[in-house]
Design a protein around this ligand. Structure first.
Ligand code: MCN
Ligand code: CUM
Length: 783
């Protein structure tokens, strides 16, 4: 049962989510709920071809259609210097196609009309004369010397975007040369899409009299959107107000700036009226930030007893037509080099080459922690390949290789400094809770009867909290985050943060942090995020960074308030400041029992009875530059049974033991874990965005791209260990993405474990029943 919000000392308690009453009663306000007078509607014409030259666009018939006010093409935008926009990974992307299109569903032209239906109808009247060009969908073929060059705007005349490496090549080669055992596995992490319930959209409102642009957008990073729009449009930053209303799911899909946003702003600038643009489901899946699409080869060098020595990883990253991954500047492949995971490797070397293909752009989204999903999946999968090859139990292999508790802070061979962890404890708890030994016995019996039952383990390490200013920036802006707290005369608080939640419960958990520090109840604290006019600058919510960055800022900001409150308390208690003691709910005077004042008393005095020499009011701002990232970890175990007749996998049990340090709200953390596991399950079993050889996107809707229903979803069991972060002010680590980072490997490991008697060592996701059925059939099982 969730507890009341009115309790004092709310830290660590499962208080009910403050945001739920409005979400559950349909009283949320999303971007499509923004309906303002004289608003026009925009629709976008998209390319049917994956690669084609545009010979001519004729917009005259569309312009003459009923209700149509404006038609824009790339040429029109070029005149406004808006034909191209920068991406968050240092590339540039076409806003509306100029000269050619590079992926199916690419933005070609836009119509603005009085109604959405009129705008969409008029799209049909735009005539585009395309000359189809050869299409490249396979990133390996894109690298071949005779491949057609996709990006003629670049100086470099190849489809290769960048090469990135990490670790020590030579040392790793040496370790491999001398190693008695080497396993090698090709692993694909397929192209998927976060597909939030609410697609992307915006309302652009340029006021020709004031010169102000108000931009409503479903955004995870409103301040970043404001800065990008200012840089692009030339409107001064303070004349732009970005408002991100309630966000109906983000999962990384709402970090980037999409062409539709820029076109809507351009249209509003041109017409001087409000322009709304809301995507369809197909536009969302087929054109906005996809996730993964990594082709990886992993090699582990080890001793005969399973002790790992070296790790070598080679990856081809398919970025589609533009490199629009949202990544910190210094990490073109995100934090993929966390790929040594929870294991103590002597040496590691990781290489990633990024490639253009005729597919939708994007690259980092879907609960990914900047590509940690790919890294965790790869190492957890390959550790199982090693276990199988050496005939060592996968749990035992992990125990032999874990970074030990006493090795923290641990410096990984690719340069990360893990803050804290206790991997052995977490896996032990998981094995006990699931009854591992019993399950292995049951499995042996079933195998003897020709049945296919599997147990899969994943003991992942996450890396979140981007990040420290010396290494982390986006477009040059350092990745700190911020909080501003205002305590009003009656002791009620409004706090604003630089992040922007999308369902994670910040209105509750950040209120808990501040209430705890100020001796108030969470009910006394209103959290506001998402309005750049009021919130302090921050880089937004993604990469599970909110708690590690803005959460830290909130705690330290509240402590700053408490320090000032102490001065006022001293005055009220009529003692010296040094004699004031804070016990968590009130100030009292040392040696004077029975005499105390609460934060509410102090707040009132801050406006009514301020001592001389103290500034009135009770407000503070804090910008937090984290000293390091936080490294949550977990041990996940999946138990599956495979139906021999159909190849269908039943996930009989799934246990997730997570360690995200100190927990602010256990119920919210559990909710995050449930959601992330469901998405990890979807990726493992049902999600993929394939393209045919002509570059047609084969899953641009929810008929072909599957989102699990409650009926599909397994029952989740959860537990927790607590290893606080030593550098975070309240010892918390992020958790939002852990379940999606850790779970795919557990599912696949379980299915491969079930099929291992047939000699199966790896199957690429998604594990569709037909793939498994085919394997069974090849082995004469279900004929
Ligand atoms: N929390 C806690 N104790 C901890 C850690 C976290 O109580 N030790 C709480 C936090 O205070 C917060 C929630 O758990 O209320 C998630 O916190 P955190 O791990 O800091 O992650 P963020 O708030 O930065 O959320 C981002 C993360 C990402 S990157 C994706 S993607 C994702 C996810 O959150 N998208 C989501 N979870 C989502 N959940 C919902 N409902 N909708 C999305 O779009
Ligand atoms: Cu990479 S999905 Mo989340 O970081 O918004």
């Amino acid at each position: 049962m969730a507890l009341q919000q009115t309790e004092l000392r709310p830290m660590g308690k499962s208080i009910a989510r403050k945001e739920d009453p409005r979400f559950l009663r349909g009283k949320g306000r999303y971007v499509d709920d923004v309906i303002l007078p004289n608003m026009l509607y925009m629709a976008i014409l998209r390319s049917p071809y994956a690669h084609a030259r545009i010979r001519r666009i004729d917009t005259s018939a569309a312009l003459a259609a009923p209700g149509v006010k404006l038609v824009l093409t790339g040429e029109d935008l070029a005149k406004m210097n808006l034909a191209w926009m920068p991406t968050l990974n240092g590339d540039q992307q076409m806003v509306l196609a100029v000269d050619k299109v590079l992926f199916q569903y690419q933005e070609v032209a836009a119509v603005v009309a009085e109604t959405r239906a009129q705008a969409e109808d008029a799209l049909q009247l735009i005539e585009v004369d395309y000359e189809p060009l050869p299409v490249v969908v396979d990133p390996f073929k894109a690298l071949e010397p005779d491949a057609p060059i996709l990006r003629e705007d670049r100086e470099k005349k190849s489809n290769h975007i960048w090469h990135w490496e990490s670790g020590d090549r030579e040392e790793t080669e040496n370790v491999f040369r001398d190693a008695p055992v080497v396993v090698k596995q090709d692993v694909r992490f397929q192209r998927v899409h976060p597909s939030p319930l609410e697609p992307c959209g915006c309302v652009a409102d340029y006021n020709t009299a004031t010169g102000r642009l108000t931009f409503y957008v479903t955004s995870q990073a409103p301040h970043v959107h404001r800065t990008v729009i200012a840089m692009l449009s030339g409107i001064p930053e303070h004349q732009i107000r970005v408002i991100s209303p309630d966000v109906g799911g983000g999962f990384g899909n709402k970090v980037g700036v999409y062409p539709g946003y820029v076109v809507a702003v351009a249209a509003s600038l041109k017409l001087g009226v409000l322009v709304k643009w809301i995507e369809t489901r197909t536009e969302n899946i087929a054109s906005t930030s996809f996730a993964r699409d990594f082709h990886m080869t992993c090699e582990i060098a080890a001793r005969e007893d399973g002790r790992v020595l070296g790790l070598r990883v080679k990856t081809i990253a398919d970025h589609g037509a533009f490199d629009a991954a949202a990544n910190p500047t210094k990490f073109p492949a995100g934090l993929f080099n966390i790929v040594t995971g929870s294991y103590d490797f002597k040496a590691a070397f990781v290489e990633v080459d990024a490639v253009y293909t005729n597919k939708a752009p994007g690259g980092v989204a879907y609960r990914c922690s900047f590509r940690v999903t790919e890294a965790a999946y790869l190492i957890e999968r390959t550790m199982d390949v090693l276990a199988q090859r050496l005939k060592i139990d996968p749990a035992e292999l992990r125990f032999r290789n874990f970074i030990r508790k006493d090795q923290f802070p641990y410096k990984s061979p690719t340069g990360w400094v893990y803050d804290s962890g206790d991997y052995e404890k977490t896996l032990k708890l998981a094995l006990e809770r699931i009854g591992y030994d019993e399950l292995r016995k049951e499995q042996a019996e079933k195998r003897a009867r020709g049945e296919f039952m599997g147990i899969g383990i994943s003991t992942f390490t996450e890396i979140v909290g981007g990040g420290p200013k010396n290494t982390f920036d986006i477009l040059g802006i350092k990745m700190f985050d911020s909080a501003e707290i205002r305590v009003h005369p009656t002791g009620k608080v409004i706090a604003r943060l630089g992040v922007r939640h999308q369902g994670q419960g910040h209105e509750t958990t950040f209120a808990q942090i501040i209430a705890e520090e100020l001796g108030l109840s969470a009910d006394d604290v209103l959290i506001e995020e998402g309005d750049t006019d009021t919130a302090p600058y921050g880089l937004g919510t993604y990469a599970s960074r909110s708690t590690p960055t803005a959460g830290a800022a909130a705690a330290l900001c509240a402590r700053r308030i408490r320090e000032k409150a102490r001065k006022i308390a001293a005055h009220l208690l009529e003692v010296g400041e040094d004699d004031v003691v804070w016990d968590g709910t009130a100030f009292s005077a040392k040696g004077l029992p029975g005499k105390s004042v609460t934060m509410k008393d102090v707040a009132f005095a801050a406006y009514t009875d301020v001592p001389d020499g103290v500034e009135p009011g009770l407000e503070a701002t804090y910008y937090y530059d984290p000293p390091n990232l936080t490294f949550p970890h977990g041990a996940y175990i999946a138990v599956v049974d495979i139906d021999k007749g159909t190849g269908a996998v039943k996930v009989r049990r799934f246990l997730a033991v997570d360690d995200c340090g100190n927990v602010i709200n256990p119920m919210i953390v559990e909710g995050q874990v449930h959601g992330g596991l469901t998405e990890g399950f979807a990726i493992a079993f049902m999600q993929d965005i394939p393209y045919d050889s002509n570059g047609n996107c084969l899953a641009p809707n929810w008929m072909d791209y599957l989102v699990p229903t409650a009926l599909d979803t397994p029952h989740w069991e959860t537990d927790r260990t607590v290893t606080p972060s030593p550098h975070h002010p309240i010892g918390a680590k992020g958790v939002g993405e852990s379940p999606n980072v850790g779970s795919p490997a557990a599912f696949v490991n379980a299915v491969v474990d079930a099929l291992s008697p047939l000699g199966v060592e790896h199957i690429d996701m998604p594990l569709y029943p037909w793939k498994i059925w085919k394997i069974l059939r090849e082995h004469g099982i279900n004929e």
